[in-house]
Ligand binder design. Structure first.
Ligand SMILES: O=C(c1ccccc1)c1ccc(O)c(O)c1[N+](=O)[O-]
Ligand SMILES: [Mg+2]
Length: 214
């Protein structure tokens, strides 16, 4: 039967990238998406903004919502200090299988834990299952209608501390209007928009960075 796009992306990584070299894995995926098949990775333009925010925050605890094939997981993991606790959540089991192989190909399997399940179910389990008190950095890149309920869940579960940074992908395209309205109008967050484009296209998109104030 026909292969899936994530399977073809993994093949492209295994063919083009160097085992243990995260930069070559990132480049191989970007090449595949620019020249073969578009895929919903954060991409190189928004990925560079992600890199700069991760570097600035230098987090000790990281959560990613929406692993997909592991592209942003590799981007983040390659920048983290030793001993950082990094968890990424993915709903689709087929994506989990591909992501774990791409992350391992980059040599970053010891830096991150890929957990299968829905964010709504798993966020309340972070403390008990993974020994997390609060997250220093959260990257939101899963279903766009989950951004708002999940940020409220972070607050309810006491997973944010003064200075926690949330970075949300796709706030323009496909868009997360309710989330934007919330973080931009809530007195509990300081929000800033980073304009860019939908990965591998000229369509307007961007990242919203929100700092939790208390
Ligand atoms: O929702 C889509 C989508 C919708 C329709 C068709 C393809 C993708 C999407 C598009 C770009 C993204 O960066 C992204 O993270 C997503 N996503 O699914 O989380
Ligand atoms: Mg995205």
């Amino acid at each position: 039967t026909r292969s899936t796009r994530p399977q073809r992306m993994l093949k492209a990584v295994q063919k083009k990238a160097t085992k243990g070299d995260p930069e070559s894995v990132i480049s191989a995926i970007d090449y595949f998406c620019k020249h073969s098949e578009w895929a919903m990775n954060v991409g190189d333009e928004k990925g560079s903004i992600l890199d700069s925010v991760v570097t600035e925050v230098n987090p000790s605890t990281v959560l990613e919502l929406g692993t997909y094939c592991g592209y942003s997981t590799v981007r983040i993991a390659r920048l983290l200090s030793p001993g950082t606790k990094f968890i990424t959540l993915e709903f689709n089991p087929a994506n989990v299988t591909i992501a774990r192989q791409i992350i391992a190909y980059a040599g970053l399997q010891d830096k991150v834990t890929v957990v299968e399940g829905s964010s709504g179910d798993l966020i309340p389990q972070m403390k008990e299952r993974f020994g997390i008190t609060t997250f220093d950095f959260i990257f939101l890149d899963h279903w766009k209608d989950r951004y708002l309920p999940d940020i409220k869940l972070f607050e309810e579960c006491g997973l944010l501390r003064k200075g926690s940074v949330l970075l949300a992908d796709n706030v323009i395209c496909p868009g997360a209007p309710e989330y934007l309205e919330y973080v931009r109008n809530s007195p509990r967050y300081e929000s800033r928009y980073y304009p860019a484009h939908l990965e591998y296209t000229k369509v307007e998109d961007g990242l919203e960075k929100s700092v939790f104030l208390e």
